[in-house]
Design a protein around this ligand. Structure first.
Ligand code: ADP
Length: 230
């Protein structure tokens, strides 16, 4: 579905990504892992066409993404830091994003799922971090996109909302969507990810199933496997 070919990106003298290549299939959950500063967010932004790589190309359904008008519309994105104005009400931001994207959207079931009804007329700046994150989840999943990209989606979520998010991710996968996620919560990665892509020092240190990663490092538990690598 998405083919990443030889992507490189440097900020000044810092080579963040160094000729990264891999393929992402349809209908799976891929977790991008790596220590802080290993380029996970930069990689996601390049994948979304928000940051240009220095070299390399990304193909979506065999078309280079920068030439594919459909591409951005096919992606739902939950950024690590969503920069919406604090004085906008929840209802306003949902309508604003619907207007910008001009696609059918179904926010209501998600508003109900995350019990956001009572917050619809509150300003974003008056919400707790967790409630803001639930709004971000609604904004990400309200369009029926075949690709969903989530950068640390669990930030600030209470345990019940975390379970709801996991259900949403399972559902999306069962519908044949491709999900790309970064997370520091290893239990979430273990529970959800079909494959992990492990970035280290600008390269892909490992791509494969968790059990392959675990057998490679000969420890049972994912967190220990990763500690062994680092
Ligand atoms: P991660 O998500 O794995 O923590 P990032 O992709 O956010 O890593 O950042 C990788 C490295 O690139 C970090 O050292 C970060 O400081 C640097 N970096 C990211 N974006 C920029 C930018 N716009 N300008 C300069 N340096 C950046």
């Amino acid at each position: 579905m998405i083919a990443v070919k030889n992507i490189s990106k440097a900020f000044g003298s810092l080579q963040v990504l160094d000729k990264i290549s891999f393929d992402l299939k349809k209908g799976g959950i891929f977790a991008v892992l790596g220590p802080n500063g290993s380029g996970k967010t930069t990689f996601l932004k390049i994948l979304l066409g928000m940051v240009l790589p220095d070299s390399g190309e990304i193909y979506y359904q065999d078309q280079p993404i920068l030439q594919s008008h459909a591409y951005r519309k096919h992606i739902g994105y939950l950024p690590q830091i969503a920069r919406f104005p604090d004085n906008l009400k929840v209802r306003e931001i949902i309508h604003m994003i619907m207007d910008i994207r001009e696609e059918p959207a179904h926010p209501e079931p998600l508003i109900e799922l995350f019990k956001l009804d009572k917050f619809m007329d509150k300003k974003l700046g008056d919400l707790s971090g967790g409630t803001r994150q639930k709004v971000n989840i609604v904004l990400t999943f309200m369009f029926d996109t075949p690709v969903v990209v989530l950068d640390e989606p669990t930030a600030g979520l209470d345990p019940v909302s975390l379970i709801k998010l996991k259900d949403l991710l399972h559902q999306a996968k069962n519908q044949g969507k491709m999900i790309l996620i970064t997370s520091h919560i290893m239990s979430l990665v273990e529970e959800l990810a079909d494959e992990v892509i492990f970035l280290l020092e600008g390269k892909i240190y490992f791509q494969g199933t968790l059990s392959d990663l675990q057998s490679k490092t000969e420890t049972r538990d994912l967190e220990h496997s990763i500690a062994a690598i680092l």
